[in-house]
Design a protein around this ligand. Structure first.
Ligand code: NAD
Length: 494
C-alpha cells in the first residue's frame, strides 16, 4: 500500500484502493465497502473494506494461532521488533503524517510533531519494558520455593475512536505486543487509514503474521462481534461513555477483562494568583488542540472573580487570531472537524447555549472559505461566557473547539464546579502558589492534573479516567500490567 501520492499544487490523496483487511499477515478481500470523506473538502477520500462477522472470525483465529509463538518469543526479541517499528515510523514520518492529516483533517504540523512522534516514542518505551515482563520470588514460612509469573492474556480486541487514530491504537497495540499478546484492531469507521498503514509497517518491522490484525467496518457490526467473541481474552476500548458502558456490560456477561478510556469534560481553573498571559495561552491550547476533539481537552474554564473580565478580554482578542484552515498548510492550528456529524453536534450545542442566554465572546459560527475548503467541516473556535453550571453545554461532552467560561469566588467553589460533572478524565489549574497547586490537584476528580500548562503527555505518564470517564490506565508500566496476569507457582521443598 502506498499511503500518499504527492502531487504538487494539489492536496495529497491517499492511495489505499482497494479497501482490504489485514489478517494473518496478508491483505484480505471482503465483499462490502464504505466510503470515507476528506474532512477539509467533504469529498470522498477513498473506500474501505466493510468487514463481516466472518472476517472477524478469521482475524481472531489468526491472532489465536499466532499467540503461542509470540508469547514464547523472548522479551528481548519482541523488544527488538518493536524498536524497529519505532525506527520505521521515524523513517516514514512524513508519509504517515500526511495520511493521518488527510483522513482526520488534523493540521499537518500537529500530525508530524505530535501524532507520529508519539507513536515512535510509545514503541520505544514499550520496547524497553518488553525486556522486563517478569515475576518475583516470595518468601513464605513453609518449606517451599514460591514465585510469580506474569503471563500475557491472549488475544486482545483493541477498539479505538476517530480523534487520535495513530496514538490511541498504538497505546493499546504497543503494550499488548510487548507483553506477548496478539491483537485484533478495529479502528473508528471515519478514520481507519493509518491503522492499515501501521499494519503494513509492523509486518515490515518483523512482527509475525497474525500478531496484529486490522478489521475495518462499523461498531454496530464488527465492534459488537468482537465484544462478545469467544476467542477474545481482553477488550481494550477507547471511545464515548455511552458505547463504553455497553462494552462493559457485554464484557461482564462474558467475564472478559476490559479497560475503558471514555469521554471527558475537563475543568481548567485559573486562580487569582495565576500568571494571566500563561493561563490564557494554556486555556486556548486546551480547547483548540486537535480542533477540540480531545478527550483530555479543557473545554470548561473556571476563572477567579478578580481575573474574570481580564481573562475574557484576552480570550476575545486572541481566539479570533488562531489560524483555522487547510490541514495541509503548515501554519494551520485548527483544521476541520473529522466528520460532518461531529460538526453538526458541536453546532447544536453552540446554538443551545446561545438560546440559553450565553454570551458569545469569540467565534460562534463557521469560517468562510472559497474553493475546495468551502464544503469542509469547519467551525470557528468559540468562547461562551455567563452560563449557569447546569446547562448541557457545560455538563456534557461537546468535543469541538468550544470553551465555556464560568467564574468562582473561592477555592472550594472552584473545586466543586470542577468536580460537578459526571466526567473525570483530566483537569488543570493555573496558580503561582505551590501549596495551592498540590492541595487542589489532590481534590480534583480526574486521572491526570496539569499545573500551569496543558496536555503535557508522555508514554511514561499514565492517564485514564474516574467516574464516567472509565477505568484502567494507558501509558506507563500500568498499561503493560493490564495486558498481563499473575500466576503464582509454589513448589514444595519438603
Ligand atoms: P465511539 O464510542 O462512537 O466509537 C469508538 C469506537 O467504538 C469506534 O471504533 C466505533 O466503531 C466502536 N463502536 C461503536 N459502537 C460499538 C458497539 N456497539 N460495539 C463495539 N464497538 C463499537 O467514539 P468516537 O466518537 O469514535 O470517539 C469520541 C469519544 O471517544 C469521545 O467521547 C472521547 O472523549 C472519547 N475518547 C476518549 C479517550 C480517552 O483516552 N479516555 C481518548 C480519545 C477519545
Amino acid at each position: 500500500m502506498t499511503a500518499v501520492e504527492e502531487r504538487p499544487g494539489t492536496r495529497p490523496r491517499p492511495d489505499v484502493e482497494p479497501g482490504q483487511l489485514f489478517v494473518g499477515g496478508r491483505w484480505r478481500e471482503t465483499a462490502g465497502r464504505f466510503d470515507t470523506a476528506d474532512p477539509a473538502t467533504g469529498k470522498t477520500l477513498t473506500s474501505l473494506a466493510r468487514a463481516s462477522a466472518a472476517d472477524v472470525d478469521a482475524a481472531v483465529a489468526a491472532a489465536r494461532q499466532a499467540f503461542d509463538g509470540w508469547a514464547a518469543t523472548p522479551g528481548r526479541e519482541r523488544a527488538r521488533v518493536l524498536h524497529r517499528v519505532a525506527d520505521l515510523v521515524r523513517e516514514r514520518a512524513d508519509e504517515i503524517a500526511a495520511l493521518e492529516s488527510a483522513d482526520v483533517g488534523k493540521p499537518i504540523s500537529l500530525c508530524r510533531a505530535v501524532d507520529v512522534e508519539t507513536v515512535a516514542e510509545q514503541y520505544e518505551y514499550y520496547s524497553a519494558l518488553a525486556q522486563g515482563v517478569d515475576g518475583a520470588t516470595r518468601q513464605i514460612p513453609i518449606p517451599s520455593h514460591a514465585y510469580t509469573r506474569r503471563e500475557p492474556l491472549g488475544v486482545v480486541a483493541a477498539i479505538t475512536p476517530f480523534n487520535f487514530p495513530l496514538i490511541l491504537s498504538t497505546s493499546k497495540i504497543a503494550p499488548a505486543l510487548a507483553a506477548g499478546n496478539t491483537v485484533v484492531h478495529k479502528p473508528a469507521e471515519d478514520t481507519s487509514l493509518s491503522a492499515l498503514l501501521m499494519a503494513e509497517l509492523l509486518a515490515e518491522a518483523g512482527v509475525p503474521g497474525g500478531v496484529l490484525n486490522v478489521v475495518t467496518g462499523f461498531g454496530s457490526e464488527i465492534g459488537e462481534t468482537l465484544l462478545s467473541h469467544p476467542g477474545i481474552d481482553k477488550i481494550a476500548f477507547t471511545g464515548s461513555t455511552a458505547v463504553g458502558r455497553h462494552a462493559a456490560s457485554v464484557a461482564g456477561q462474558h467475564l472478559k477483562p476490559v479497560t475503558l478510556e471514555l469521554g471527558g469534560n475537563a475543568a481548567h481553573l485559573v486562580f487569582e494568583d495565576a500568571d494571566v498571559e500563561r493561563a490564557v495561552g494554556a486555556a486556548i491550547k486546551a480547547f483548540v488542540f486537535n480542533t477540540g476533539q480531545f478527550c483530555m481537552g479543557g473545554p470548561r474554564l473556571l476563572v477567579a472573580d478578580a481575573l474574570y473580565d481580564t481573562v475574557l478580554g484576552a480570550l476575545a482578542e486572541a481566539v479570533p487570531q488562531v489560524p483555522v484552515g487547510d490541514p495541509f498548510d503548515p501554519a494551520t492550528v485548527v483544521g476541520p472537524m473529522a466528520g460532518e456529524r461531529h460538526r453538526a453536534k458541536v453546532e447544536q450545542y453552540v446554538e443551545q447555549a446561545r438560546a440559553d442566554g450565553g454570551r458569545i465572546v469569540a467565534g460562534g459560527g463557521r469560517p468562510s472559505f472559497e474553493g475546495d475548503l468551502a464544503a469542509g467541516f469547519f467551525v470557528q473556535p468559540t468562547v461562551i461566557a455567563d452560563l449557569p453550571a447546569d446547562l448541557r453545554v457545560i455538563q456534557e461532552e461537546v468535543f469541538g473547539p468550544v470553551l465555556t467560561v464560568q467564574r468562582f469566588a473561592t477555592e472550594d467553589e472552584a473545586v466543586a464546579l470542577a468536580n460537578g460533572t459526571p466526567y473525570g478524565l483530566a483537569a488543570g489549574l493555573q496558580t503561582t502558589d505551590l501549596a495551592r497547586a498540590h492541595r487542589v490537584a489532590a481534590r480534583l476528580e480526574a486521572g491526570i492534573v496539569w499545573v500551569n500548562d496543558w496536555a503535557m503527555l508522555d508514554p511514561a505518564i499514565p492517564f485514564g479516567g474516574v467516574k464516567d470517564s472509565g477505568f484502567g490506565r494507558e501509558y506507563g508500566p500500568e498499561s503493560l500490567g493490564s495486558y498481563t496476569r499473575t500466576k503464582s507457582v509454589v513448589i514444595s521443598l519438603a
